[in-house]
Write a protein that binds this ligand. Structure first.
Ligand SMILES: [Zn+2]
Length: 309
């Protein structure tokens, strides 16, 4: 009766990785239980999650080809656009959220357009916004219920909001990766999404793990620009940020428990060092206690089943 915080599958979002092909389930070595899925397998996986009580998925695309304009990110027949159409047809009740970024589609693996100078390379913020807005709009036109820009370019929430509104998609909400830190916890994901940068790193546009006040400024900007849900990523090492964001803004807040967080629990459990179920649920509960309304987690299906038992 006096329990303050509750965990429920209705709070969960399951990230899924989609690629071309048929009957493909390509396991990601560093993330046991997580696979890159072809469209047919994606539907099976999403249906299983929905049946377990997980109401939403977050889609990441792995295109067959990459270029320096990220063409696959906004192609009408891009892999994510195809996946969205299929999921909304097969599972109309499932909330389909799409990750909006360019890195998976760029030959160099960065989240924006790169200007290659003689001695150094530079990310071009403003020209990248147009491509991000096009990508988001193409997802929404394919039927996505919500778009989630993860690039951390300045001004991208406003650019996406304007593009959606211009195309008559005013009702599509934006979940922004509002405070996304340059984190070593993303390691296993880069194998999953095949999005590791070919040179340099992402510290030019992601945040320094040392900066809490800056995170709040980034969140404030995204809210001003029209974000409907703000996200903190990673989750477990940033509980203070999560708490401050929720306390200061009172906005719908999401926490993304990233690949490294998942892999650590899986690895320790595989060695018999911790109880996977107990640690996973305790971790998710901690995110809720810190202030998260929405929990994005690779453990969504297991956790939903555990909570029902
Ligand atoms: Zn990216």
């Amino acid at each position: 009766m006096v329990r303050e915080t509750r965990l429920h599958p209705s709070q969960f979002v399951l990230p899924l990785f989609v690629r071309s092909g048929r009957k493909v389930r390509r396991p990601i070595a560093a993330m046991p239980g997580v696979c890159q899925l072809s469209l047919d397998e994606l539907v099976i996986e999403a249906a299983g999650a929905f049946a377990a009580g997980v109401p939403a998925v977050l889609l990441f695309g792995i295109p067959d080809t990459k270029d320096d304009k990220a063409s696959g990110a906004y192609a009408a027949k891009g892999i994510v656009q195809q996946a969205v159409r299929l999921l909304k047809k097969e599972l109309p009740q499932l909330l389909v959220i799409t990750d909006v970024c360019l890195c998976e589609y760029m030959s160099h693996g960065h989240c924006g357009i790169v200007h290659q100078g003689k001695t150094s390379a530079q990310i071009l913020n403003d020209p990248s916004l147009k491509l991000l807005a096009r990508a988001a709009a193409s997802h929404a036109e394919a039927g996505a219920d919500m778009v989630a820009p993860s690039d951390m370019m300045d001004g991208r929430v406003r650019a996406i909001r304007q593009e959606l509104d211009n195309r008559g998609l005013e009702e599509i909400p934006i979940m922004s990766y509002a405070s996304k830190f340059a984190s070593a916890f993303y390691g296993p994901f880069r194998e999953a999404a095949e999005s590791a940068p070919k040179f340099g790193d992402r510290r030019g546009y992601q945040m320094d793990a040392a900066n809490g006040a800056e995170a709040l400024r980034e969140v404030a900007l995204d809210i001003q620009e029209g974000a409907d849900i703000v996200m903190v990523k990673p989750a477990l090492a940033y509980l203070d940020i999560l708490h401050r964001v929720k306390t200061q803004f009172g906005y719908p807040t999401a926490a993304y428990a990233v690949s490294g967080e998942y892999s650590m629990i899986k690895a320790a459990a595989a060695n018999g060092w911790i109880d996977e179920r107990a640690v996973t649920l305790e971790t998710l509960l901690a995110l809720r206690r810190a202030g998260a309304d929405v929990l994005i987690t690779y453990s969504a299906v297991d956790a939903a089943r555990w909570l029902k038992e």
